[in-house]
Design a protein around this ligand. Structure first.
Ligand code: HMG
Length: 390
């Protein structure tokens, strides 16, 4: 029995800042961002958008299509947690009016937790083949203003329906995974911006890839030649490309820069204009590949590398299913990405500094342009959400 990703939907903020705007404010050559790290724009969440609204908006098309009726497991992967006790997924469960017979839990391991969710969901479906699981990865990447990480912010969420006989991608059983206790990137509870040792984090990302690949190759007997495309975790697009080249070099797998670029390029298109979505990033890359590749990918094997700082890496693979294009939300995603509002530098900084109040007071947030749900305020220490649809 094949198990894997049956539907995949995405949401990001309706606001973005162009990296040229950041470059001008920091007196940096914009080419450093456009070419050096391979990023053009980054999505900036408005004050009434958070990981819950991003997540519920990502999953809303699935709800409208009646795809959530058989879901009995909701896994919410995030490193932008909004509460130390209550799982953010429970708010989403409520907003989407999901059945009460459902296990709901939040998962954390930096950008890796979306993949943990997918693998746990596959285990659940193996035991309950007639049931489905909803895995949501939702994050807001924040670094300090003016820091080297600033240009690698972003936000977004993906909602993945996991089922038997999936219509998009069957996940293969072989996986290589690797854990090591390192401090390359972390966010203590008292901070709203991550701390990062940038260059070191890139080295650890690559090391975890080499270790994960080694196991995967042993278990599957596959080589790089067995893959038609790759999707890597995308903190910034250059990172994914460099890591693939390092792996190919290490394996003495001969290919030109152009050939290597072509294996990843389609998967990088969305991230180049949304920025890092942490736990959701690799899946934004997968959507970008499925929705923008011109050739039919049915039957093609995709190599997937997920990385979360701290750190855990995993290399695994999936095979794209016949007829997959019919089950994508390509037009909706294109429409969202093409109709966002560009922020000036001052608007970006004002939104960044607005943050989420932590003084326990009563707040009503101004209405910005969001998806079908918004974070409307805080009352008696409770977050309040509003549905903008019937
Ligand atoms: P930096 O140190 O300011 O940048 O920040 P740099 O000086 O290394 O320059 C970047 C690249 O631009 C270099 O290319 C320059 O040569 C080039 P490279 O040498 O690397 O090939 N460059 C130019 N190119 C064209 N024209 C120019 C120009 N000037 C320079 N004029 C850094 C870069 C990535 C360190 C920073 O953005 C950062 O700290 N980001 C956050 C950390 C990060 O994203 N790490 C990635 C791996 S860890 C990970 O993926 C996990 C993560 O997603 C978190 C999680 O798991 O939750 C982050």
């Amino acid at each position: 029995m094949n198990i894997g990703i049956d539907r995949l939907s995405f949401h990001t903020s309706n606001y973005y800042v162009d990296l040229k705007t950041i470059a001008e404010a920091r007196s940096v050559d914009p080419e450093k961002y456009y070419i050096g790290i391979g990023q053009e724009k980054m999505s900036i969440p408005s004050p009434d958008e958070d990981v819950v609204t991003l997540a519920a908006s990502a999953a809303y098309p699935l709800m409208k299509d009646g795809e959530l009726d058989d879901v009995e497991l909701l896994l919410f992967a995030t490193e932008s947690g909004i509460d130390q006790s209550k799982a953010a997924g429970i708010y989403v469960h409520g907003l989407l009016e999901m059945p009460s017979r459902c296990r709901t839990v939040e998962l954390k391991q930096a950008c890796y937790s979306g993949t943990a969710g997918l693998q746990f969901a596959i285990g659940f479906v193996a035991r309950n083949p007639e049931k489905k699981a909803l895995v949501i990865a939702s994050d807001i990447a924040r670094y300090e203003l003016g820091s080297p990480g600033e240009a690698t912010q972003g936000c977004g969420a993906v909602a993945m329906l996991v089922s038997a006989n999936p219509r998009l991608m069957a996940i293969e059983p072989e996986c290589g995974y690797y854990t090591a206790d390192v401090m390359d990137f972390w966010r203590p509870n008292y901070r709203s911006e991550a701390l990062v040792d940038g260059k070191y984090s890139a080295m650890v990302y690559i090391h975890a890839l080499l270790e994960s690949w080694k196991q995967y190759a042993e278990l599957s007997n596959r080589t790089l030649a067995d893959f038609d495309r790759f999707c890597y975790h995308i903190p910034f697009t250059k990172m994914a490309e460099k890591a693939y080249q390092k792996l190919a070099q290490k394996l003495k797998f001969k290919m030109s820069k152009e050939e290597s670029h072509a294996l990843l390029e389609e998967s990088l298109r969305y991230s180049r204009i949304t920025g890092n979505c942490y736990a959701a990033s690799m899946y934004v890359g997968l959507l970008s590949l499925l929705e923008t590749a011109e050739d039919d990918l049915a039957g093609k094997r995709i190599g997937l590398y997920s990385y979360g700082s701290g750190c855990v890496g995993e290399f695994f693979s999936g095979v794209v299913q016949p007829g997959y294009r019919e089950f994508l939300y390509t037009d909706q995603h294109r429409n969202l990405l093409e109709n966002r509002t560009k922020l000036t530098y001052q608007q970006y900084e004002d939104i960044f500094n607005y943050g989420v109040p932590t003084d326990g007071g009563e707040y009503v947030f101004p209405q910005y342009k969001t998806g079908p749900f918004r974070f409307s305020g805080i009352s008696q220490h409770k977050r309040e959400y509003e549905s903008l649809v019937d």
